[in-house]
Design a protein around this ligand. Structure first.
Ligand code: ARG
Length: 394
C-alpha cells in the first residue's frame, strides 16, 4: 500500500507540480493549505489540490494561532532581523510545521513535505522545526530534489496537463501572511533597480494620499487590545492597523539581507501592521521599563531576531529570552498615539499608569523635586575612573 505524505500546499506552481511528482513517486498526497492570512480563496486552492491528484485536501485556518503564538512574541521582542525585517516569513514556518505534524498524526502519514528550494531560509526553518516536533517523521523536499528550473517545471506541468494557472502568475516570488508580505525575484534581483510600483499590494494608496490621521493603540501587558477605544482580538487589531498604515503607503522595506545559507539577497517587504505596532510597542516600553532591563532587552532582541530568522524557533535559548521579556511584560500597559501621514507613522504621545516617567523629576518648571545638589558629587564619582586614567597616562 502506498504511504501517505502531508504536503504544505500553497497553490503555486512548485507545490502544485509537487503533488503530481510525489504521486508519480507512489506517495498518497494529503495537501494542506494553511491559512496564515494570505490573500486568495483557499477553498479553491484545496479543490485544485484534489484535481492535481491529492487523495485529500484540507484548509487549516491558523490565523489566530499564528498571531497569538508567533506574531505577539515577535512584537514583544520588537523583532527586526538586520534591524529592518520583521520576520514575516520566518514566523510562519514553525507554525506550518506544527500543522503538518498534527495532520500527519491524524492521518497516519509517514512523511511530510514542503515546497522550498535549496537556496533559501525557509527550507531550514521547516526542517529544523519538524526535527524538533517530530524527529521520527520523514521530510521530503521535492522542489529541492527534482532539479527543475522554473521553465522546466512549467513544461513538466504542461506535459501532464496539470491544472495550473502559470500565465497569470507574477514574475515575483511572494509570501504573505497577516504580519506582512515578502517579495523576491524578477527585476528585484538587481539591487540597483528601484522596485516597480506593481510589487506593492498592502501599501498602495488608491488615489491622493489621505489626510493625516491619529490612531490610539491600547496595550495590556504588551498585547495590543484596542484601536481608537474599540476592543479587538489580536488578529483583528493587526489586520485593522495594517489597513490604516497601508493606506498611507507606510510599511515598505527595501533591503539587502544576509540569508542563513550564505547568500546576500535583495528583499522587498511590505509590513505596515508590523512596523506600526513595533513602533508603538517599543515606545511604550521606553516609558515603562527600567533603564537597565530595557538596555539588556534591546541586546536580546537582536539575538531573538537572529534565532528566529535562522530557523531556531524551537530552541531553549528562544524560550529563555521570552521568559526574560515576560518577567517585565505586565508593566507594558498603556496607550500610544500614532500619527499617520503619507508614507509615515510617528509616535506623537504615550501614557501609562505604570509609567516610570515622573513629571516632578523631569520638569524644568516649578514643582521640580530633583535634588540638583546631588549632581556635582555624582559626576565626581562617575568620572573618577576616567580622570584617574587621564592623570596616569595623559
Ligand atoms: N527573505 C525572507 C526570509 O527569509 C523572505 C522569504 C520569502 N519566502 C518565499 N518563499 N518567497 O524570511
Amino acid at each position: 500500500m502506498a504511504e501517505r505524505v502531508v504536503l504544505a500546499y500553497s497553490g503555486g506552481l512548485d507545490t502544485s507540480a509537487a503533488i503530481a511528482w510525489l504521486t508519480e513517486a507512489r506517495w498518497e498526497v494529503i495537501a494542506v493549505a494553511v491559512d496564515v492570512g494570505q490573500p486568495g480563496d483557499l477553498q479553491r486552492t484545496a479543490a485544485r489540490g484534489t484535481a492535481l491528484g491529492a487523495v485529500e485536501s484540507r484548509v487549516v485556518d491558523a490565523r489566530d494561532d499564528f498571531v497569538e503564538q508567533f506574531v505577539l512574541p515577535a512584537l514583544h521582542m520588537n523583532a527586526l532581523y538586520g534591524r529592518r525585517y520583521p520576520l514575516v516569513s520566518a514566523l510562519s514556518r514553525p507554525l506550518i510545521a506544527q500543522v503538518l505534524v498534527r495532520v500527519a498524526s491524524e492521518t497516519g502519514a509517514a512523511a511530510v513535505a514542503h515546497g522550498c528550494t535549496g537556496k533559501g531560509n525557509d527550507q531550514v526553518r521547516f526542517e529544523v522545526a519538524l526535527g524538533a516536533l517530530a524527529p521520527g517523521l520523514e521530510v521530503l523536499a521535492p522542489v529541492r530534489d527534482w532539479g527543475m528550473g522554473r521553465d522546466e517545471t512549467i513544461r513538466y506541468a504542461e506535459e501532464r496537463s496539470l491544472p495550473i494557472e502559470t500565465k497569470k502568475s507574477s514574475p515575483y516570488s511572494i509570501d504573505e501572511n497577516v504580519w506582512g508580505r515578502s517579495i523576491e525575484c524578477g527585476v528585484l534581483e538587481d539591487p540597483w533597480a528601484a522596485p516597480p510600483p506593481d510589487v506593492y499590494e498592502l501599501t498602495k494608496s488608491d488615489a491622493a494620499p489621505p489626510e493625516a490621521r491619529d490612531v490610539e493603540l491600547e496595550f495590556e501587558a504588551g498585547v495590543p487590545v484596542a484601536l481608537d477605544g474599540e476592543a479587538l482580538s489580536p488578529l483583528h487589531l493587526v489586520e485593522a492597523i495594517g489597513k490604516i498604515a497601508g493606506s498611507f503607503g507606510f510599511g515598505r522595506i527595501d533591503t539587502i539581507e544576509d540569508r542563513l545559507v550564505g547568500i546576500k539577497s535583495r528583499e522587498v517587504y511590505e509590513a505596515p501592521a508590523a512596523l506600526a505596532l513595533i513602533a508603538a510597542h517599543a515606545d511604550l516600553e521606553s516609558l515603562t521599563l527600567e533603564r537597565g532591563f530595557a538596555r539588556e532587552k534591546r541586546r536580546l532582541e537582536d539575538v531573538w531576531a537572529d534565532l528566529v530568522y535562522e530557523g531556531l524557533w524551537f530552541s531553549p535559548l528562544r524560550s529563555a529570552i521570552d521568559a526574560f521579556a515576560a518577567s517585565c511584560r505586565d508593566v507594558v500597559s498603556g496607550t500610544v498615539r500614532l500619527r499617520f501621514g503619507p508614507g509615515s507613522c510617528t509616535v506623537t504621545g504615550r501614557s501609562s499608569e505604570r509609567a516610570l516617567y515622573d513629571h516632578a523629576l523631569a520638569t524644568y518648571d516649578e514643582g521640580d523635586t530633583f535634588r540638583h545638589e546631588d549632581a556635582a558629587g555624582f559626576i565626581r564619582l562617575w568620572g573618577l575612573p576616567t580622570r584617574q586614567w587621564a592623570r596616569t597616562h595623559g
